[in-house]
Design a protein around this ligand. Structure first.
Ligand SMILES: *Cc1c(COP(=O)(O)O)cnc(C)c1O
Length: 339
């Protein structure tokens, strides 16, 4: 505040460099939120009317709204029942001559199967994007998310780290980074000379200053989340616990379990909430079944059985770093007594 720079300034540049380096990416372009990060990524790759983008339907709505916002068509592919992430074979099955990009989501903090998506995009000449909004520091082996494709992150307060509102796009591509910077700031390269149609997607220096402190704490917070999840995995008996692929670092943005077949999820979550445990359902309705899609043509006949089944069975338990030992014990006992 005393620096006098209230909008984008040196703190934003410092945060972009530090966050990109933390993930092993070449460029970071900070934005006003995760949704504008996704929109900027779509625009930087020239995705627009007539193009199709393959995404999962089991995600937060912004995964699809960014595609619609540039006039392109979201094409939904089904998920794996164990990791909840988009299945590359299902994605390949819906590729058409209009397909321009594939954007897996690292849902709940577990990386999607990026080596398979990378191979798929190379084979078909497609752009690879990542919705990394829930997956700060998630990795496959020693390679972090955000380094396979043009990757958008969110720093909304519920995410693993925050800048209040905020987002960032990571890319290894110099030209895409240049375009992202223009799109973020009114399409300008030189002040008051507008090369493309851009917007105001800027992050403030105040948000970036918060982000710099938060990202320093992120490694420890991530360890704490993984530790909490490991404890729950070993003690929960009445629900199906998350499946973590070998060699994948799941950062547990959410710790999401499934009720067994035949068990009423609503009864279980109601009871746990009444017992003081903040359980939530992410997400109760697949994106392609949202009211806004019903008049768009073609989505009503779409059959995504694993997505439908997951939306009816999942719920998420608190897994955040501030949980005390007593709280964790209470959660374990109550969940085991609940179904
Ligand atoms: C949070 C989130 C977004 C949007 O980020 P905001 O910062 O809230 O705009 C996009 N995709 C996914 C998967 C998210 O979880």
């Amino acid at each position: 505040l005393t620096s006098g720079t209230l909008t984008s300034g040196p703190k934003v540049v410092e945060f972009e460099k530090a966050f990109a380096a933390q993930h092993g990416a070449k460029h970071g372009v900070a934005t006003s939120n995760g949704t504008t990060a996704l929109m900027a990524a779509m625009m930087a790759h020239g995705i627009g009317p007539g193009d199709e983008v393959i995404i999962p339907s089991f995600s937060f709505f912004a995964t699809a709204s960014c595609v619609l916002s540039v006039g392109a068509r979201p094409v939904f592919a089904d998920i794996y029942p164990d990791t909840f992430n988009m299945n590359p074979a299902a994605a390949e099955a819906v590729i058409t001559p209009r397909t321009k990009a594939i954007m897996p989501v690292h849902l709940y903090g577990q990386p999607a199967e990026m080596p398979a998506f990378e191979a798929l995009c190379q084979k078909h000449g497609l752009v690879l994007l990542e919705d990394s909004a829930q997956a700060h520091l998630a990795a496959i082996g020693d390679r972090h998310v955000g380094t396979w494709g043009t990757a958008s992150f969110s720093f909304y307060p519920t995410k693993n780290m925050t800048t209040t509102e905020g987002g960032m796009v990571l890319t290894n591509d110099d030209e895409i980074a240049r375009k992202l910077r223009m799109i973020r700031a009114q399409g300008m390269n030189t002040q008051y000379y507008h090369e493309v149609v851009g917007y105001n997607f800027r992050m403030t220096d105040m948000a970036a200053a918060i982000g710099l402190v938060q990202m320093g704490r992120l490694p420890q917070w991530t360890c704490d989340r993984v530790g909490n999840a490991t404890l729950f995995n070993s003690k929960l008996e009445s629900v199906r616990t998350p499946v973590n692929r070998d060699g994948y670092t799941h950062v547990y943005h959410q710790y999401t379990v499934r009720v067994p077949d035949g068990v009423d999820r609503e009864a279980v979550t109601k009871r746990l909430n009444e017992r003081g445990i903040g359980v939530r359902v992410y997400y109760p309705l697949p994106i392609h079944r949202q009211p806004v899609f019903q008049n768009m043509g073609g989505y009503d006949k779409l059959d995504l059985p694993e997505t439908e089944k997951a939306t009816a069975q999942v719920f998420s338990l608190p897994v955040h770093p501030a949980l005390t030992d007593e709280e964790k014990q209470y959660i374990i006992e109550e969940v085991n007594a609940s179904c």
